[in-house]
Design a protein around this ligand. Sequence first.
Ligand SMILES: Nc1ncnc2c1ncn2[C@@H]1O[C@H](COP(=O)(O)OP(=O)(O)O)[C@@H](O)[C@H]1O
Ligand SMILES: [Mg+2]
Length: 201
Amino acid sequence: MTLAAGLPGTLIALLVFCLSIIATRSEALGRFTAAYARLARLPKPTFEPVDVSTFVRRVVELETRLSVAVRPGPSATIDADRDQLEQLLINLLRNAVDATLQTNGGVAVEWTKRAGFLDLYVDDDGHGLADTANLFVPFFTTKPGGSGIGLVLSRQIAEAHGGSVTLESRETGGCRARLRLPLRHPDPQRVPTVAGVLRRG
Ligand SMILES: Nc1ncnc2c1ncn2[C@@H]1O[C@H](COP(=O)(O)OP(=O)(O)O)[C@@H](O)[C@H]1O
Ligand SMILES: [Mg+2]
């Protein structure tokens, strides 16, 4: 004999309704705590030289929903934690693709070097940004099922690398995310200094 046997139908319906609310809320809470833990536990970056072109091409391949265009910029190397940087670029690409899927547009990545920094751009053809005030506020999301931590985590990672992440609407429509990171310093051992040259005679 099951538990429900002998209970009136309306009571069973009420029970099912209540249990489904509990299930939905606990799933949402599970997502929230997992996301919160990821935010709170960002380890210190382990830096290694990363070739930008190779890195971008590899991460772009991870996006399966649409083919992201890579517009290669100048050859560039940065000092970065590969795993963290990958997570950052995945987050920016995921947002760009989320936005673009609504408009059937495209997503492109390009980069340039400016005054000792790498500027890497992720451009999309989505609807752009309606309100920029809360973008980097933890758990802010406009997506059903969104976590609202992608951008804040990306910014945290960029800042731990001495860089930044910004987001703006493009004049032609859509959105441009800019990741700015310091370029790798040349190896100090191999740069001839005046003192070194004089010492060697
Ligand atoms: N490329 C983009 N185009 C339009 N809106 C964006 C874009 N990237 C981020 N956003 C906005 O910023 C919000 C927060 O993004 P994010 O922190 O990655 O969380 P999530 O993707 O889980 O919503 C998104 O919900 C969306 O409203
Ligand atoms: Mg996101």
